[in-house]
Design a protein. Structure first.
Length: 389
């Protein structure tokens, strides 16, 4: 079972984080929070403050990278959620074929500032922290988010291809591309890796000029094309590095950036209890080349002023799926992808998607698939809190 079809219940139960006007982002170097085994049907609390990572007191949400390595033939689903809350009927990632899978997530801090992890089947779980979110009114408040139209930063699949045998590293000059300004401090990216050979490929994305983290950003084998969202701090001269242990090509798409507050278009984050916006398995799937519009505002307590949505997107294809793209509804489809499932596996990926007309987003699928959309939060205009007399 992937996850239950109870979207209506979730819509009624979703709530915005109380007691704060909104959250701003503080990027950090990748730090391991946990490396644990979770048995079938177990919920495990991850003590965030005891993980040794640099987290500002008062943090209300975490930017995470979660990797599973199932020790059984399959992992139906894994759900990460705030400790002390009922486990939501939503998922963070899946590994139906037992492969190693990575996904990004923004998870609200729960009871004791902790997060909880539930696994439908036994698996090893590694959790990396890439940053955290502080209330706007916090004295050490961080960065605002600025949306961009989804845009391709780089694609090394040229002629000739860059991919080669052996370890290699790409240095990518992100600034001055896709409308990125010099004040951008961190980037919201979608990384797609195209392996050159069937050997195990470990890929790490990190700021240029920094020491490469020991933990890879994603892992692939048997030449599987793999995508993963990532929030990456800008390095020297705004550059980022992508390192791979084997020959590979990389595709980087960007949908926004974090920079100091006070500029036009500044946004702040508001998490919600994970909540299901849409699940096409209760109706018709998308066909080859289909585009479908999904209303978002007004569902799961998402307000009318929400400007960007933080989703966990899941594709459930009956066979090979080239790619799925999400973007603001009723605008031109961008030349980017959100996730890929070339072997037909159930695949999830985090996506920050700007709102389109009528408070909706659009999805395009290159091949038949069902889609599941779970929302974890949204961004609204970063403005001072309202003062009442």
């Amino acid at each position: 079972m992937l996850f239950p079809l109870l979207a209506t219940t979730l819509m009624l139960s979703a709530q915005t984080v109380p007691g704060t006007n909104g959250l701003r982002f503080v990027p950090t170097m990748s730090c391991r929070l946990a490396d644990v085994q979770i048995t079938q049907g177990q919920t495990r609390v991850i003590p965030v403050r005891q993980g040794g990572c640099l987290i500002t007191p008062g943090a209300r949400a975490y930017a995470l990278r979660i990797t599973v390595s199932p020790d059984t033939a399959a992992l139906g689903y894994l759900t990460v959620f705030p400790t002390g809350r009922p486990r939501p009927l939503a998922s963070t990632l899946n590994s139906w074929d037992g492969r190693i899978v990575t996904n990004a997530a923004i998870i609200e801090a729960g009871e004791g500032d902790n997060i909880s992890v539930y696994a439908s089947d036994s698996t090893f779980v590694t959790i990396e922290l890439n940053g955290h979110f502080l209330p706007r009114e916090h004295p050490a408040s961080g960065l605002s988010f600025y949306r961009l139209d989804p845009c391709r930063l780089v694609d090394t699949r040229g002629n000739p291809r860059i991919a080669m045998v052996g370890p290699m590293e790409h240095t990518i000059a992100a600034r001055d591309r896709c409308g990125l300004p010099p004040e951008a401090v961190a980037y919201s990216l979608n990384l797609t890796v195209v392996p050159e050979n069937p050997a195990l490929l470990e890929t790490t994305i990190y700021p240029a000029g920094h020491v490469r983290p020991n933990t890879p950003s994603l892992i692939t084998i048997e030449r599987q094309v793999v995508s993963s969202a990532a929030i990456v701090e800008a390095g020297q001269d705004g550059k980022i590095n992508v390192y791979g242990t084997q020959g590979h090509d990389v595709v980087l798409d960007i949908n926004g950036y974090f920079a100091p507050a006070g500029h036009f278009g500044a946004l702040m984050y508001r998490p919600v209890n994970p909540c299901r916006i849409a699940d096409t398995r209760s109706g018709a799937s998308l066909g080859t080349g289909d585009t479908r519009v999904f209303p978002v505002r007004g569902l799961c307590n998402v307000p009318q002023d929400a400007d960007v949505f933080a989703f966990n997107t899941t594709a459930v294809p009956p066979g090979p799926l080239g790619f799925v793209t999400f973007w603001p509804a009723y605008f031109p489809q961008p030349f980017v992808s959100t996730l890929n499932a070339p072997t037909g596996q159930v695949t999830a990926n985090m996506a920050l998607v700007p709102v389109g007309l009528s408070g909706s987003i659009a999805a395009y699928s290159s091949n038949p698939t069902h889609l599941v959309l779970d929302i974890n939060g949204y961004f609204v205009r970063d403005r001072p809190p309202t003062i009442t007399q």
